[in-house]
Design a protein around this ligand. Structure first.
Ligand code: ADP
Ligand code: MG
Length: 240
């Protein structure tokens, strides 16, 4: 079953067309990776899916329902950014609890339980009382992921979450994200990267974007063995 369906999605900023008619189905529980050159519209497409940005035309469906008009919090989607976006003056605990406190009807105990569970999943429980500046880049990124987990989303969107980390931490955090996906039944992930190894190791399927359009979608093996174009081959690394 499709978790997310994009039907002829377009986005312009003023006179500039950035997303030019994207059709795509992301299945429930799937790990979908978006790759493509800088400026091709990967971040914009994620922001459209999350609801942070309004689509110009086309239809977007979640679980079979049109959600064009729904605000981000109503979509059951959490987004993790490259730059962590943590509040510097709040502790790790407060950062992770912030969104839950804004939702109505969460008791203090329920919030603590959810934050601690997420912290355990990411092995950051011992840092809950620290400020972001007292953490390494990798730990901060885990807090950002943990904050997303506390919202119990059906869909996670990641925009190049590892690109600010050094090579060793990138690998460790990548493995953490893969485990997270395995451990959460039916949770869909869409992950933007320009790192070919990340794409090949994480993806159930890869969507190659080019200049605001989908160039090809397939499993890592399909794209590697049967790229539709030299462009795709160039991104996936096969010799065509
Ligand atoms: P990617 O993430 O693939 O590098 P983006 O989605 O960030 O690409 O950007 C795609 C294009 O849209 C770029 O040319 C960028 O300059 C343009 N763009 C993105 N956001 C805006 C905006 N808010 N206003 C105007 N142009 C934008
Ligand atoms: Mg981007």
């Amino acid at each position: 079953m499709a978790s997310i369906e994009l039907r002829n999605i377009r986005k312009s900023f003023g006179a500039v067309n950035v997303i030019k008619g994207v059709d795509l189905e992301v299945r429930k529980g799937e790990f979908m990776v978006f790759v493509g050159p800088s400026g091709c519209g990967k971040s914009t497409l994620l922001r459209l899916i999350s609801g942070l940005e309004d689509i110009t035309s086309g239809e977007m469906l979640f679980d079979g329902k049109v959600v064009n008009a729904l605000t981000p919090s109503k979509r059951g989607i959490a987004m993790v950014f490259q730059s962590y976006a943590l509040y510097p003056h709040m502790t790790v605990y407060e950062n992770m609890a912030f969104g839950l406190k804004l939702e109505k009807g969460n008791s203090k105990e329920a919030i603590r339980e959810r934050v601690e569970k997420a912290a355990d999943m990411l092995q950051i429980r011992q840092y809950l009382d620290r400020l972001p500046k007292q953490l390494s880049g990798g730990q901060r990124q885990r807090v950002a992921i943990g904050r997303a987990i506390t919202r119990d989303p059906k869909v996670f969107l990641f925009d190049e979450p590892l690109s600010n980390l050094d090579a060793a931490l990138r690998v460790a955090t990548r493995i953490e994200i893969a485990k997270l996906h395995e451990g959460m039944h039916d949770v869909t992930m869409i992950y933007v990267t320009h790192d070919q190894v990340e794409a090949m190791t994480l993806a159930d399927r890869i969507c190659v974007l080019r200049d605001g359009l989908v160039e090809q979608v397939g499993t890592p093996m399909e794209l590697y063995e049967k790229p539709d174009s030299i462009f795709v081959a160039g991104f996936i690394g096969s010799p065509k």
